[in-house]
Unconditional design. Sequence first.
Length: 301
Amino acid sequence: MKIGILSRNPSLYSTRRLREAALARGHEVRVIDALRCYMNINARTPSIHYKGEDLLGYDAIIPRIGASITFYGCAVLRQFEMMGVYPLNESVAVTRSRDKLRSQQLLARKGIDLPITGFANKPSDIPDLIKMVGKPPLVLKLLEGTQGIGVVLAETQKAAESVLQAFMGIRTNIMVQEFIEEAGGADIRCFVIGERVIAAMKRQAPEGEFRSNLHRGGSASLVRITPQERQIAVKAARTLGLNVAGVDLLRSDRGPLVMEVNSSPGLEGVEKATEKDVAGAIIRFIETNAKQNRTRTRGKG
């Protein structure tokens, strides 16, 4: 098979491991910088050019699109879909996952438990919004952000009001979530491929920090998850339309809660914590499922 990896940095651990796994299984593979792609959009022969070359003959594309280039990266991915190339994760699913509010609404509609979440537009609604979500501390999140960036813990009502007013003042969308204190600064990252959780790790925030992201200094360790957690993780990924996802769960007093669903989950932490060949499992999934024009949304919005 001829496989493309949409990634801006070939030396990143995840990109490198996916390339190694594809080569080890006899595939032709190329790392493609989405920002260097440019597109010919037409009804008959849509195409993508890359550094003066026409990208032809690809069987599958693996999107590793950074949050900062979501718009353009998904446009390139959508163009591959229009050309009949099989996407590991479809453009629609990626954009759903990158919008925290949209993904929370989709998950809630399917009956998946989440931390209580509030969203408002007017500063005058802030006091009632906070009351609706619950007493401080509260977690404030930008709607678009990854790796813990744009996430603030407001310890008091006054702090929550001030942060919300500041972001609303510059017309930045931010949502409010309850703080799950009993989670103890830890979450569970479930790595979903298809209909299975193939690996899981516990991420623990460092002392004095509430964000457990490995990029924020968190640590990772092997963890055993329950059948309920496994079922919820698979359902969350399926709800957003993702074939591969990192589903982050919080263990609360009322059961597992989905905190976030990541469409480009990193491989380094989970492979090292679990000693599993996650990259190889992804390539095997592509081998089984990649067929021309097998895109559910066929490049639509």
